[in-house]
Design a binder for this molecule. Structure first.
Ligand SMILES: CC(C)(COP(=O)(O)OP(=O)(O)OC[C@H]1O[C@@H](n2cnc3c(N)ncnc32)[C@H](O)[C@@H]1OP(=O)(O)O)[C@@H](O)C(=O)NCCC(=O)NCCS
Length: 211
């Protein structure tokens, strides 16, 4: 396996990995919306900060780490320039199959960029964005999980962010994602805050690039 930057040719593999790694996507009436919500922006705008782990022979990506190095400017750009097209797709799906999206999904997807500022006191939000300005999403193809590939991708991202002079990165994980929580703890991420969006619990983890 080798780690390299996410490339234009990886889009099909990226969609497949995000779909297969997320149980929510497997049961979704229109799974491409999941990619559109959680993958496409990074693919289009942040490839320099995103990495894949790929098979040596076929160069096929089997895992991906997506990152925006500055979450504040990412949010602004996502909301102003990317979100309107996602919103059109949601409206279209609603019109075509009324009621197909469950209530929580509507809330989840209709919200513009839902990040830490929606749930935390502004002082804590400032602390996170100052100390851990980048954020990440990571997905490994189910057949390749628990083989050390997630660790390889975080290693690569940390080296990259450090080179860019970025002090740290954060992420939000649902408290029912035991696999994810175990992974972040094992890697050395620090649990920063708990949040309760829509009655569910999420945990914000952070990691300094100098750890
Ligand atoms: C979470 C995830 C990225 C970890 O990547 P990975 O390549 O499987 O992890 P690694 O092999 O580098 O690290 C292994 C560690 O991760 C955790 N882990 C991975 N798979 C696990 C599983 N099936 N059950 C419990 N813990 C698991 C454990 O801490 C494990 O250490 P252990 O084997 O000593 O118990 C991967 O499982 C994944 O893509 N999950 C689905 C998507 C997801 O939840 N992403 C995070 C959203 S915030």
């Amino acid at each position: 396996m080798k780690v390299r930057n996410l490339m234009e040719k990886d889009e099909t593999a990226l969609k497949e990995i995000i779909h297969l790694a997320n149980p929510h996507s497997l049961n979704h009436p229109q799974p491409d919306l999941i990619y559109k919500r959680w993958g496409e922006y990074y693919f289009q705008n942040c490839r320099d900060h995103c990495f894949v782990v790929a098979e040596e022979t076929r160069d096929r990506a089997v895992g991906v780490i997506l990152c925006a190095p500055d979450t504040r400017s990412y949010q602004k750009d996502f909301n102003q320039n990317y979100y309107p097209s996602l919103q059109r797709d949601l409206d279209e799906l609603d019109r075509r199959i009324p009621g197909i999206l469950k209530e929580f999904e509507l809330e989840y997807y209709r919200k513009k960029e839902a990040q830490v500022q929606d749930w935390l006191h502004p002082v804590l939000v400032r602390k996170i964005y100052r100390e851990y300005p980048a954020h990440l999403h990571i997905n490994i193809h189910p057949e390749y999980q628990r083989q050390g590939l997630g660790h390889l991708l975080v290693d690569q991202l940390l080296t990259h962010l450090k080179e860019q002079g970025i002090s740290g990165l954060h992420l939000i994980v649902s408290s029912d994602n035991q696999k994810g929580i175990s992974f972040y703890k094992k890697y050395g991420f620090r649990s920063l805050f708990e949040i309760r969006p829509r009655g569910k619990t999420g945990i914000i983890y952070g990691l300094k690039t100098t750890h």
